[in-house]
Each structure stands twice: as C-alpha cells, then as structure tokens.
Design a protein around this ligand. Structure first.
Ligand code: ATP
Ligand code: ZN
Length: 288
C-alpha cells in the first residue's frame, strides 16, 4: 500500500482510553497485531497505521499532520485548543471536569472561587472559566494527584476529572460544579487527501455500525397466534418484525431489534401481552 494513502491514527499508549480505543478498531474489523509495547503498528487488512502516544500529545500531532487521526478525550481537546476537526463522539472514556472543594466549605457558584488558590492539570480550561465568570483566582498547574492539594495546603479548591466521585470522597472533597462533560472522540487533521478522506469515511461507516449495534438487542420470542397483532404493535424494530411459524400449530416465532433505552419496558409489556421464551441476543454490527 502506498504510504501517503495510509491513515495514521494516534491513540493513547497506556491509560484509560487505550483498551477501548484498540477494541473499537478491532470491532471495526481492523487487524492489529503486537499492540502491546509498540510505538506503532500497521494493519494488514485496512490502510491504517496506529501510533501509540501520551494522550496529551495527540491534539498537537494531529494538527501538525504527524498523525492524520486521533482518539482523545474532549477534556484534553478543550485544554490543548488545537486547530483540528472533531469527527465523531465514541461513547467511551466518559468523565467530567469538575470544581471540588473541602466538604465543610459552602459553594455558591463561580463567585466562591474569588481570590482562591485552584490546583488543576487543566489551566487552560480553568483560566477560560474564570475569565468568562469574571473571577480573579490563582491557578496552580500540577500534573497528577490533584485531589490531595487541599489536604496538604497547596490549594483551596481543585478542578479535576471525576467519574464516580470516589476519589474526591476519600480526600474529604465534594464535587461542586461540572465545568465540562467529556468522552473520547475521533479527531482529524484538517488537510486530509481525497484518498485519506475516503478511508476515513470507510472507518466512520464501520464505527457508526458498531456504535449503533451496541445500543440495540436482537430479540426472539414465541407468541400464540391470537396475540400476534398486539405483540407486533409493541415492537418498533428496524422495519417490521419477522414472524415465522413454529412447528407447533397456533404459535409463531417473532424476531425484532430493540434499542437499549426502551429495552426493559418493552420486555415487560411483551411478557404481559403473552410472549414466551424471550431470548435477547447482542448485535455485533448494524448497517441501516
Ligand atoms: P497519559 O500517560 O497518556 O498522559 P493520563 O494519565 O493523562 O495518561 P488517563 O488517566 O489514562 O490519562 O486518562 C486518559 C483520559 O481518560 C482522560 O483524559 C479522560 O478523557 C478519560 N477519563 C475517563 N474517566 C476518567 C477518570 N475517572 N479520571 C481520569 N480520566 C478519565
Ligand atoms: Zn495525559
């Protein structure tokens, strides 16, 4: 494959986004070997080369064209503020960037930060937040373990990533305000060649099929024929559900696709309507 036609994608080498990023590419049917302890690897069945980097460096590499694509958290994107394109939200690496302060301290909105010392790994985002709210505060940039800063007297407040809130709680802190909701996104350099754009479109098509499938379940059930109409009316499906006769007369097998959001509600209604032997099967890919 000619080199300039290969799309170079930068993903996190080791950390919270690594496994999900590799998993997503594999689910898209992209063969990747030796993904551990490597700097880069070329796929043998898709024109893509994977670079393994620190997440903080990914926006810069994508802007400079060292990589054509990247997978990175929106938090890092917002902090680095590079001139690159966000192509698709990927649904993993979900977290939020929040203001947190000692439990005993009352928080009354941004004005509670006036004159305070704020420890964070996100000085860019915090600076912009303070400016927007017209607040003067001192920002201390620290690169890790931000949550211990108030305990050791380094700061009054922190702005840090939170997912469950457990780390804050263990350090005697309360989450006071969410500044940014974040998840992993696919980003792209703004000057892809026509061939690279075609490859990106192919990749996106696959990513969307994988995402769509994750949100849906394939459902099979047996239904007495006199209840079929009611059961079918409960099934949205992609088009209309498939109905196949069972060997036992008076019964049919009904197949459909249900979205995860309405899943439990629908299953209960189906049972109430007379459906039996309901099987729920994950869907690997879904092309609409
Ligand atoms: P690197 O060595 O690549 O710089 P890191 O220590 O900066 O790694 P990780 O802790 O692995 O980064 O987090 C990578 C990304 O995962 C974060 O930038 C964020 O987008 C996402 N993330 C999801 N949940 C959390 C969480 N609870 N805490 C921190 N990051 C999270
Ligand atoms: Zn990092």
């Amino acid at each position: 494959m000619k080199n300039e036609n290969v799309l170079k994608i930068a993903i996190q080498k080791s950390g919270r986004l690594s496994d999900d990023s590799i998993h997503l590419l594999k689910e898209c049917g992209i063969d990747l070997r030796n993904v551990k302890d490597r700097l880069r690897t070329v796929s043998e069945n898709f024109p893509i080369e994977v670079f393994f980097l620190r997440d903080d460096d990914i926006p810069e590499y994508v802007e400079d064209g060292v990589a054509d694509l990247g997978i990175v958290g929106q938090n890092v994107l917002a902090e680095k503020n590079r001139n690159i394109e966000t192509v698709e939200a990927l649904g993993f690496g979900k977290c939020r960037l929040s203001i947190a302060l000692p439990k005993a301290v009352k928080y009354e909105g941004a004005k509670s930060l006036e004159g305070k010392r704020i420890a964070t790994s996100y000085p860019g985002i915090v600076g912009a937040y303070l400016k927007k709210n017209n607040i003067k505060a001192t920002v201390h940039e620290i690169s890790g373990s931000v949550e211990i800063a108030p305990g050791i007297g380094l700061s009054d407040v922190i702005v840090d990533l939170v997912s469950s809130g457990g780390t804050l709680f263990m350090n005697g802190l309360q989450e006071a305000e969410v500044i940014l909701d974040s998840q992993a996104v696919l980003v792209s350099n703004k000057n892809l060649t026509a061939t690279q754009k075609e490859t990106l479109d192919k990749l996106l098509f696959r990513i969307r099929a994988v995402k769509k499938a994750k949100k849906s379940k394939y459902v099979l059930m047996n239904a007495p024929n006199d209840k079929l109409q009611e059961i079918i009316s409960l099934l949205p499906g992609m088009k209309s559900p498939s109905v196949l006769p069972l060997a036992e007369s008076g019964w049919s097998s009904v197949h459909s696709v249900l979205s995860e959001d309405e899943f439990w509600d629908n299953i209960e209604k189906l049972k109430a309507a007379g459906a039996e032997g309901i099987l729920v099967v994950p869907i690997e890919k879904m092309i609409l």
